[in-house]
Design a protein around this ligand. Structure first.
Ligand code: GDP
Ligand code: IMO
Ligand code: MG
Length: 424
């Protein structure tokens, strides 16, 4: 249905803020109609939540299409994979009677993330003292560091345990791991894990290419969010991969000019977990109201998410970077009962318009904001099934967003469940 409506064979679903926009929910809904769902970047720093038939699933590495029996799920070459975390997700699927055999695939070019990467992540955070990034401590930065430095292990290496040993010997010396870890134990655990997942490891680029050429419908599932992108985010308070559109292409081998439709996921307000600048942040009772009503606590770490107004000034830039064709505005229901809603529309630094959050605190201190104010709504919209059922105040808010960003809002989230989505 959705693929036909959008006239696309491939759909990218990308977070446009600081993550947790609600990507997993839309992927799950559209996956009903998809043949493949592919993750391209990140690792278990991602936490994608799906509610269906009263059941809750949170996926970290598993693509969010796995609940549909006919959908193939691929962990792409750009991902960093902690095998034990993946095995836990498989156990959860087993417990829920979801069969994934024959339809789960792991790229042989994806990177292996070890326990010691998590340990190094924690250490690095500790050393940063007051300048902590606030990472998820899932080892993401260290694993990508090893990949970029060309010392890291990829899944294809696991066919040759002598090669694995020599690579690990090098890493053990490089990071001085011998007091904390035993190389033989690490190797033997890896061998055991490999035995459990070997059957899923494939040349994922071939797989996706062949499927696409056969006319199969593919969803590319973004992780994290545009403002956490290593190049385009609020550096250094970002993740260690490209979580924008380009990352989907390099992380899967799927050419960016064949992407049929890009859906940008935008929360109706803004949240952020971890450190870093957040100009629209509300550290008052409205911020708390958003956190309470939106249950804004991290799906991966359980940390309270910082909450604030919608920031259209930065989103405007993200729309272009991600090539967004349509928006899924999520969690509109959460705004219920807030008397006046604000959005940021412009940043001025020394009177001149700028289009991103300045990296320097001294500049951030001088930024002035232009905002727009809207009437809120008090109606419960969680049962609305069509646009016209939404209160006029909510419609006005949506139409302002569309007009400002020059991108149509095609999907509107009015609750966490699969069924609570308005297609426009
Ligand atoms: P993701 O990382 O982008 O997949 O998002 P998360 O799963 O980390 O966080 C989004 C949270 O909001 C999840 O708990 C979702 O179930 C929930 N959610 C998604 N869309 C909506 C919506 O439209 N309304 C409400 N109330 N909750 C939503
Ligand atoms: P999903 O896919 C929200 C944030 C962390 C931290 C920074 C770096 O669920 O939207 P990392 O562990 O990646 O080195 O942490 O990035 N972060 C996320 N925040 N949602 C995510 O993923 C995130 N992935 C990373 O909180 O600030
Ligand atoms: Mg999340």
């Amino acid at each position: 249905m959705v693929f036909a409506d959008l006239n696309a064979q491939s759909i990218a679903i990308l977070g446009c803020q600081w993550g947790d926009e609600g990507k997993g929910k839309l992927v799950d809904i559209i996956a009903e109609d998809a043949d493949y769902v592919v993750r391209a970047t990140g690792g278990a720093n991602a936490g994608h939540t799906i509610y269906t038939n009263g059941q809750k699933f949170v996926f970290h590495l598993m693509p969010s299409g796995i609940l549909h029996q006919h959908t193939h799920c691929v962990i792409g070459n750009g991902c960093v994979v902690h095998i034990e975390t993946l095995l836990k997700e498989l156990e959860n699927l087993n417990a829920a009677n979801i069969d994934y055999k024959g339809r789960l695939f792991i790229s042989d070019q994806a990177s292996v993330l070890f326990d010691f990467h998590k340990h190094l992540d924690g250490q690095s955070e500790q050393n940063l003292k007051t300048k902590k990034i606030g990472t998820t401590k899932r080892g993401i930065g260290p694993a990508y560091t090893d990949k970029i430095s060309r010392f890291g292990l990829k899944f294809h290496d696991l066919k040759d345990m002598n090669l694995v040993r020599s690579k690990l010997e090098y890493l053990f010396v490089k990071y001085d791991l011998n007091t904390e870890y035993n190389l033989d134990e690490v190797l033997s655990e890896l061998e055991q894990h490999y035995g459990l997942i070997q059957e899923y490891i494939v040349d994922s680029v071939d797989l996706i290419q062949t499927a696409y050429k056969q006319g199969k419908k593919v969803i590319f599932e973004g992780a994290n969010g545009a403002l956490l992108d290593i190049d385009h985010g609020t550096f250094p308070y970002v993740t260690s991969s490209n979580s924008t559109l380009g990352g989907l292409a390099t992380g899967t081998g799927f050419p960016v000019n064949k992407m049929g439709h890009v859906c940008g996921i935008v929360k109706a307000y803004t949240t952020r977990v971890g450190g870093g600048p957040f100009p629209a942040e509300l550290e008052d009772e409205v911020g708390q109201q958003l956190r309470d009503q939106g249950h804004e606590y991290g799906s991966t770490t359980g940390r309270p998410r910082r909450c604030g107004w919608l920031d259209l000034a930065i989103l405007k830039r993200v729309m272009f970077i991600n090539g967004v064709d349509s928006i899924n505005l999520t969690k509109l229901d959460v705004l219920m009962g807030i008397p006046k809603l604000q959005v940021i529309t412009k940043y001025l630094l020394d009177g001149k318009e700028i289009h991103r959050v300045p990296e320097l605190q001294s500049e951030r201190d001088r930024v002035e904001f232009q905002t727009e104010e809207f009437e809120g709504f008090t109606e419960d919209i969680s049962r609305c099934q069509s646009y016209s059922e939404l209160p006029l105040a909510a419609q006005k808010y949506i139409e302002f967003i569309e007009e400002f960003l020059q991108v149509p809002v095609k999907f509107i989230g009015v609750g966490k469940d699969r069924t609570q989505l308005i297609f426009r």
